[in-house]
Design a protein around this ligand. Structure first.
Ligand code: GLA
Length: 380
């Protein structure tokens, strides 16, 4: 049973009626633009065909009751009185309620069941998928309008200040605003986005190294600080404001670590914009080359890759029909992404699984991904 069928079936079993709504919000894969979002830069993610689903109905009181079919347990809290109890996935639900209330919205209670198939902790944004599906549940039951930019910022606030992960805006925005068959070029300063089509005849393949990200939050926050001090060196608020020429003029005056971090962000912003152009021109090979260059940069200069991620990218690049590959998400484990010629997809998948197993001693998981629309609702 897929997660949509599961939540509907379980809802009916538990409440003896159909849910009033079923909401869905997808995970994402970022084609290129690693760690640029919190530098006010550019990213090129797409929402994928793996999502979180919630079947729900309104309540007449102020309680929120959600049961997860995948992770242990259930969460119940009163919207007038709740606090952070560090209770795992439930804090994402409470965090969204908190951030919506902070924004001045009036919330009413609801209850339902939740299930999803976005791999957790693999860099495919299972948290943003959960956050946006919960936000959608609140918008339906509390009757406030769904403004994609506003809701994405609210979800980011929940993750930053309730959960404590100082992420940028990319994951929440793409989960909310994804478009079928397209990636979105997002300017993370203005939050303007434009859809760009995937090159015809290619497939976006997610390669899960089957390693989980360790220490990711602290290393992530550390990278943010390093970028901030590099921006200070250039006298700007964000590295987005430094172009390649300015960087090259002054890079030798920088300390070696700041220089590497800044070089990744500044060259990556340039690659993202070139990638969007390549996609508009249907140039899969150029896009692939930019993606592979992005991996080298994020691995060597930004140092958020891992030996398994480097290995799976290296294996991918050796396969016929692979245009390019890089790690995706925050890094330190989790997934890479590859752009592959559709005609060679089957052998690509078989070879990756076999060779990764031989060399890493681990089973890779491979997800052939389609670009899908963002958060959506089925009225029952
Ligand atoms: C995580 C964060 C995003 C982004 C990526 C790296 O997914 O949630 O905001 O910074 O890492 O590109």
């Amino acid at each position: 049973m897929n997660p949509k069928e599961r939540v509907i079936t379980e809802f009916k079993r538990k409440y003896n009626q159909d849910p009033k709504w079923v909401v869905r919000s997808p995970g994402r894969v970022n084609l290129i633009g690693g760690h640029t979002d919190y530098n006010d830069g550019f990213v090129l993610p797409m929402a994928i065909n793996y999502a979180t689903w919630i079947a729900l109905r309104p309540r007449s009181d102020k309680k929120v009751v959600v049961r997860s079919l995948d992770l242990d347990g259930r969460i119940e809290f009163d919207l007038d009185d709740f606090e952070n109890t560090d209770s795992g996935w439930g804090e994402y639900v409470k965090g969204i309620a908190w951030a919506l209330l902070e924004d001045g919205l009036q919330l009413s209670g609801w209850e339902g069941v939740l299930s999803g198939n976005v791999p957790i902790g693999s860099g495919l944004s299972s948290s943003a998928a959960l956050e946006l599906s919960v936000a959608k549940a609140f918008s339906l039951t509390s009757g406030f309008s769904w403004d994609v930019l506003k809701i994405s910022k609210i979800a980011q606030l929940a993750e930053n200040d309730w959960v404590g992960m100082k992420c940028g805006i990319m994951d929440q925005l793409i989960s909310a605003a994804g478009e079928k068959d397209h990636a979105l070029l997002i300017d993370c300063r203005t939050l303007e986005s434009s859809p760009v089509p995937l090159p015809a005849g290619t497939a976006v393949v997610v390669l899960d190294t089957n390693t989980h990200r360790g220490l990711v939050d602290s290393a992530y926050n550390e990278r943010r600080e390093q970028c901030e001090s590099a921006a200070e060196f250039f006298g700007v608020s964000k590295l987005r404001d430094v172009n390649l020429d300015e960087f090259h003029k002054r890079e030798t005056e920088m300390d070696p670590l700041s220089r590497k971090r800044a070089r990744h962000i500044i060259t990556e912003n340039d690659r993202v914009q070139k990638s969007a152009e390549a996609m508009k021109n249907g140039d899969a090979q150029l896009l692939g080359n930019l993606i592979s260059a992005a991996h080298k940069s994020i691995s060597e200069d930004y140092e958020v890759s891992s030996k398994e991620l480097d290995l799976i990218v290296e294996i991918a690049l050796e396969q016929p029909g692979c245009f390019g590959s890089r790690m995706t998400g925050a890094g330190f484990g989790g997934c890479a992404v590859a752009l592959v010629d559709e005609d060679q997809l089957d052998s690509f998948v078989t070879n990756i699984m076999g060779q990764y197993k031989n060399k890493a001693g681990l089973e890779a998981k491979v997800y052939v991904s389609r670009a899908c629309e963002g958060t959506s609702v089925i009225e029952m």
